[in-house]
Design a protein around this ligand. Sequence first.
Ligand SMILES: Nc1ncnc2c1ncn2[C@@H]1O[C@H](COP(=O)(O)OP(=O)(O)OP(=O)(O)O)[C@@H](O)[C@H]1O
Length: 364
Amino acid sequence: MNDQDVLMEVRDIRVVRGGTQVLKVPSFTLGCNETVALIGPNGTGKSTFLLTLAGLLPLASGEIVFKQQAVIPGYASTAYRRRLAMVFQDPLLFDTTVFENVAAGLKLRRLPKQEIRERVTACLDRFRIAHLATRSASKLSGGEAQRTSLARAFAIAPEAILLDEPFAALDAPARQALSDDLEQVLHESRISAIMTTHDQAEALRLADRMVVMQQGEIIQNGTPTEVLSAPANEFVASFVGMENIFSGAVRDVGQDMFSLAVGDHAIQVLGAAKRGESAVICIHPESVTVSLDDPDSTSSARNILPARVSKVVHMGLFAKIYLDCGFKLVASITNQSLERLALAPDKRVFASFKATSVHLFRKG
Ligand SMILES: Nc1ncnc2c1ncn2[C@@H]1O[C@H](COP(=O)(O)OP(=O)(O)OP(=O)(O)O)[C@@H](O)[C@H]1O
């Protein structure tokens, strides 16, 4: 990333809360017009990270640089904080009308009345709440309240917006509708954003980059596709919903392949390893093919395992097939394939996947 493309940069920061170090980030950058999703389990430091970037928590060490100027440490000035907007899971609205809530930040900045009216009207439209302008904020549904909170944040035209689980309190339809609208507004406004979320589907849809946190540290930082297809370790893999994670001992070693003992099978893996050491692998359910006949002669897959269907779970547009191959293997298949193969519990099938579809984490 060029210097001009970097909006915010973190250098070696540590944050202490209640006498304990809860955040340690050697480096992190937020690009201009970029949306980053911070994901990770509860208590891992996501909110602490956002509050720190917003200048609302002190640093124990390190610095934060905004547009090539060190803004923290030293004094995280009101002027710095006003360049950013923060949205919380709980909308925290003032007990006044929707219009007044959205206008609040603009009035604080003493903008001319006409400009306030125009900006508020535009933001109410963007978040589809123009019809609620005169409604008391105390009489809004959860979804309407969060729309008001987002409209208020965007109204000040911040240079970056920090969103802490903005949809967590909403039911599925409200969540879906609001995240669709937020995606559109982020795209149009080109405002950089960092959003914490537990929902990896949301992160996938909204974010250019996914940052995975564990115990106060960043353990993976990449595009959503990178994180999902090549998780940095077992923790990330299971956090992003990878179900096929296996460990075993390395058996036969070839030039650029080896086999790993999993159950009674020798799984062919692309990569280097030493005979006898242990290794952990994962296989995407989408990479596992299910067939009724042994695909030996017709398939390029190195791994072909006889299996018994133990469970079929319908997931809407696709289905998850739980297979017993001596160990549990999950395949994800389309509804058309499910129908064509007439899969049901106890049916005998073959599961196959290529050695190149096996992701190797570590050895040792
Ligand atoms: N006010 C506080 N005083 C002391 N420790 C705190 C405070 N707030 C949070 N912590 C601790 O800091 C750590 C990180 O918490 P934080 O809320 O940042 O995590 P999180 O990833 O946002 O969690 P969640 O997903 O549950 O919101 C936790 O160990 C938490 O107990």
